[in-house]
Each structure stands twice: as structure tokens, then as C-alpha cells.
Design a protein around this ligand. Structure first.
Ligand code: PDD
Length: 286
């Protein structure tokens, strides 16, 4: 079945979907994006994702391309036309098309692209085994809270991970603390069974999955703290995992050369992963 994309007011075959050469997203990375999970025909955390899109746009003074209701209708139509039951919606808004000049154009119309693709879950054995992460210096800008399409450091970091057979690269700040992965948030579980993740500030993206996990931890009476943690602490932690709309809760069993615990996914992480699946099952149907 051929895929369909929404591009600036039109549904077009994915292979023909294109934007203008002077789109500011293309020339300056002057745009933002969101990735929303579709799980068994349900949109997971749609409201929080759209809130974060609004925030990213407003931080960059990019106009809303349309009302939230209109956007939601298009998201659903893209999912429907692509016949996706479990997959991802990718939505991108740029400042629009204008003659190249760094300063904002006076009258550009924001450009909106929405695509959707299927995703497949890893096998349970792969989850049990967990994934490995490498570590790299965090060389990004000071506004990582904005979900900008400017992702070159993330691209280079993920590529370095792939080349070493790792799932993700954890970025390390000047103090030796873990900020986050290149496309996921980072978590550890201490030997006292405390769940730890870095506080949301300008130096990380405040993941929607991250926020949901914190709520699930609270509901379940788990001990958790939002505080910075060092790479050394992570390497000697009981458990670790990453979170994102695409990885959910993914156990990490190796950080660089350090194997965590017995090298298998830990029970704390797997409990949270199960809780997250229960949460997704309760999401509103499309
Ligand atoms: N990435 N940190 C970064 C740098 C990210 O790019 C992402 C998500 C996250 C997790 O956010 P959320 O839980 O809202 O997905 C954290 C998406 C999935 C991507 O770029 O494809």
C-alpha cells in the first residue's frame, strides 16, 4: 500500500511529497517537530504532544499553522489514509518559505508536513536482553527544551552509537553528568530502588514519555527523584533505561564497557514498562 503525506494543505503520495527549496526548515533548521505514537489504533498522549508543539513554536515566535482542532483532524486523516494501527505520526512546522535572509521574514506562512509510518515492536527476548549505550560529549545548544529540527549533534551521536553496535548515545555535560540520549531521555535506578532522571530545564527535552513515567511512578508509590546523575553513578547503578515515544521504556544493560547488574533487564524497569503498556492501552481511540 502506498503511503500518503500531508504537505501544506494537500494529501499527496509520499514519493511526491516535497517542500520548496527556500523553506526555512531546509535552509536554517528554522522549525520544530513532534513524534506522536499510535498504539493499536490509539493516539498516546496526543494533548501533551500538541502542548509541547505549541510551546516550541511560541519559543521561536513561529505562528501556529492552524487551530488545534484542524491539526487533530489532519493527524487522524493521515493515520487513516496510511492504514496505520501501530506506528508514528511525524509532524513538522517551519517558519515557511521566504527569500533567504537570517532574520525572520515579515509575511511567511508556517509550513506544515505530517507523515505517518508503521513501527514494529522488538521481540520480548530482545527487551529482556536490554540495549547498550555509548557516551559522548553533549555539544548541543543551550535550548534543548525546544523540539527543533536542528538535530546535527543528535545525528552524529546516533551514528557513533550505530557504528559501535549500540542503541543510543548518552550525552555528557561539562560536569560529567548525563543529560539525555540523542532521541530519548535517560534514567537510572539506584541500589536503594530510587528512580532518578535529570530535571527538565533548558538542557534536555522534557519528554512526554518521561512525564508520563513520572506520573506512573507517583501513582504506584515508587520513590523517584529528578536530579542530575553522573556517568560514574549510571555505570554503577542497579538498572538503567531510556524513554521516548518510539522506545517507550527500553532497558539499558550496558553503558560503554560497564555491564549493569547481571546484564539482563531489571525488574524495576520491566515493571515500569508493563505499567506504560497498561497506560497506552487506556489511551483514547482514534
Ligand atoms: N525523540 N530527548 C530527545 C533529544 C528526543 O529527541 C526525544 C524524542 C526525547 C523523548 O521525548 P518523547 O518522550 O516526547 O518522545 C528526549 C523523538 C522520538 C524523535 O526525535 O524521533
Amino acid at each position: 500500500m502506498s503511503r500518503v503525506a500531508y504537505v501544506n494543505g494537500r494529501y499527496v503520495p509520499h514519493g511526491d511529497a516535497s517542500v520548496h527549496v527556500e523553506d526555512r526548515g531546509y535552509q536554517f533548521a528554522d522549525g520544530v517537530y513532534e513524534v506522536v505514537l499510535v498504539h493499536n489504533g490509539r493516539l498516546v498522549d496526543e494533548g501533551p504532544h500538541l502542548d509541547r508543539l505549541d510551546r516550541s513554536l511560541s519559543e521561536l515566535s513561529i505562528k501556529q499553522p492552524m487551530s488545534r482542532l484542524a491539526l487533530q483532524a489532519i493527524m487522524r486523516e493521515v493515520v487513516r489514509r496510511n492504514r496505520v494501527r501501530t506506528g508514528l505520526i511525524y509532524m513538522q512546522v517551519t517558519r515557511g518559505v521566504a527569500r533567504r535572509d537570517h532574520a525572520f521574514p515579515k509575511d511567511a506562512t508556517p509550513a506544515l508536513v505530517i507523515t505517518c509510518k508503521r513501527i514494529y515492536q522488538p521481540k520480548p527476548e530482545a527487551i529482556e536482553k536490554g540495549v547498550s549505550v555509548i557516551t559522548i560529549d553533549d555539544i548541543r545548544w543551550a535550548r534543548c527544551d525546544i523540539k527543533s529540527v536542528g538535530l546535527l549533534p543528535n545525528v552524529l551521536g546516533k551514528q557513533a552509537a550505530r557504528e559501535k553496535g549500540a542503541f543510543e548515545a548518552w550525552q555528557i555535560d561539562a560536569e560529567g553528568n548525563v543529560t539525555e540520549g540523542t532521541s530519548s531521555n535517560s534514567w537510572i535506578v539506584t541500589h536503594d530502588d530510587e528512580l532518578v532522571t535529570r530535571p527538565a530545564a533548558n538542557d534536555i527535552l522534557n519528554g512526554i514519555t518521561r512525564q508520563t513515567i513520572l506520573k506512573l511512578a507517583e501513582d504506584r508509590g515508587l520513590t523517584f527523584k529528578e536530579r542530575p546523575f553522573s556517568l560514574a553513578e549510571a555505570k554503577s547503578a542497579r538498572e538503567a533505561f531510556v524513554s521516548s515515544a518510539t522506545a517507550f521504556v527500553m532497558p539499558v544493560t550496558q553503558i560503554d564497557d560497564a555491564v549493569l547488574g547481571n546484564g539482563q533487564a531489571g525488574s524495576f524497569t520491566m515493571g515500569l514498562r508493563d505499567a506504560y503498556f497498561d497506560y497506552m492501552a487506556d489511551a483514547a481511540p482514534l
